[in-house]
Ligand binder design. Sequence first.
Ligand code: FES
Length: 107
Amino acid sequence: MTQTTCRHLALCSRAEVEPGTAIRIEKEGLTLAVFNLEGEFHVTDDMCTHGPGSLSEGCITGEVVECDFHNGAFNIRTGEVVAPPCMVPLRTYRTVVDDEGFVSIEL
Ligand code: FES
């Protein structure tokens, strides 16, 4: 029988990400965007699936981030494309904030 174990990768302190903003974190070969949606944390790949845009530098409106390269947009919670020219959904990560305020993802 195979068992899958998940491990947590700590990214940052919640205090480092102001509400309504995002920061880019590079760790263990991943380049990630950590979003604070009014106290709810979400993590996605930072690179836009359409090209070289960095989504942590995009414009956040509600739960949508708009890439500042060609204005494609994604739902931050689900990774779903909400505006072209993006076609491929964004990878999202299961995100946990622990009692000490550290934001981690499950891998
Ligand atoms: Fe993001 Fe084109 S690189 S929309």
